[in-house]
Design a binder for this molecule. Structure first.
Ligand code: FVH
Length: 293
């Protein structure tokens, strides 16, 4: 049975999902001397962990009953429910830490569901790849129950630098997905540039050597844009919307036979503000094109 009431920093942990990330999370806990019970939907993924000292659970219920802290690191929101719905009644009095990537609303839904079943809930957003887990470079954002975070530090801090982002269970996911949105857009921009020069035979490697320091330097401008956006006043201009016409970038892309998609999307956001009469305002005003609410 579970050692409920024991400080979660020293008590057993149940790990549901032993994929690329879940397997490493469980392994790092074992290395730290923790009592870890593991379960995975498909057989075989637990073998190396069992050889390292993990307890094998025959089913989800057996895993849940083995520990006051239940950690899920599954594929998506649907797989969390598929796994936990049948054992909802066994979660009472336990803490559920969900490290599965879900949208903010999905995180809030799982939090409400866990609360209905008498469980504390903490959502975690992993800002790391598996090789970073257990190293100083790893970071995991948490939101939900402050108590669960405080009492779970003995587990959470083994994995990565743990940051509590607030009691809204959706907040960690929101920050995670917003940062990933910035990252993927940046990668798309880099690859678009690589395709433009690639059409003239310049290697992506050569392009990366130039683009890396340039784009890294440009991130320094985030802080000024953030000040402008937070202040809501776009009239102090560093670079005006009118001056920032990106039509030539779109044309250059087309001349290279390259889909202008990424830069055309930015140009459309800029154009919307210019057409609304804000051409003299700062470029950061495209933030207003992005807001639907
Ligand atoms: N790997 C990474 O770098 C990223 C870093 C950022 C956060 N993500 C998220 O972490 C979740 C797990 O990711 P993962 O890398 O471990 O993913 P997989 O290796 O594909 O393993 C998926 C596990 O989920 C199990 N699973 C899938 N569907 C179900 C289901 N319907 N019921 C029960 N379990 C399910 C799967 O089991 P199996 O296929 O071996 O039977 C794996 O254990 C994820 O949200 C990332 O976005 C990782």
């Amino acid at each position: 049975g579970a050692t409920t009431g024991t400080h979660a920093g020293e008590s057993p942990v149940a790990m549901l999902g032993l994929g690329a990330m879940g397997g490493v999370l469980a392994g790092v806990l074992l290395d730290a001397g923790r009592d870890v019970t593991v379960w995975n939907r498909s057989a075989g993924r637990d073998e190396a962990l069992v050889a390292r000292g993990a307890r094998r659970a025959a089913g989800v219920r057996e895993a849940v009953l083995a520990a006051p802290t239940v950690v899920a690191c599954l594929y998506d929101h649907a797989s969390v429910h598929e796994t936990l719905d049948p054992v909802a009644g066994d979660l009472r009095g336990r803490t559920l830490v969900n490290l599965t990537t879900t949208t903010p609303n999905e995180s809030r839904q799982v939090a409400a569901w866990a609360s209905q079943h008498g469980a504390e809930f903490l959502d975690g957003a992993i800002m790391a790849t598996p090789d970073m887990i257990g190293t100083p470079g790893g970071s995991i954002l948490y939101s939900g129950s402050r108590d669960a975070f405080d009492h779970g530090r003995g587990i959470l801090d083994v994995w990565a630098t743990s940051t509590f982002e607030g009691t809204d269970p959706g907040r960690a996911s929101l920050l995670d997905l917003a940062m990933l949105s910035g990252m993927y857009t940046m990668f798309a921009g880099f690859l678009h540039g690589a395709a433009m020069v690639g059409a003239d035979g310049v290697s992506a490697r050569d392009f990366a050597a130039r683009a890396t320091p340039f784009l890294a330097a440009m991130t320094q401008a985030f802080a000024a844009d953030a000040e402008t956006v937070d202040g809501g006043d776009y009239t102090t201009v560093s670079q005006s919307l009118e001056w920032s016409d990106l039509g030539h970038l779109v044309r250059a892309s087309e001349e290279q036979g390259v889909d202008p998609g990424p830069i055309a999307a930015v140009e459309a956001l800029r154009r919307r503000q210019v057409d609304a009469g804000h051409g003299q305002d700062d470029f950061a005003r495209i933030y207003e094109s992005l807001r639907r609410r």
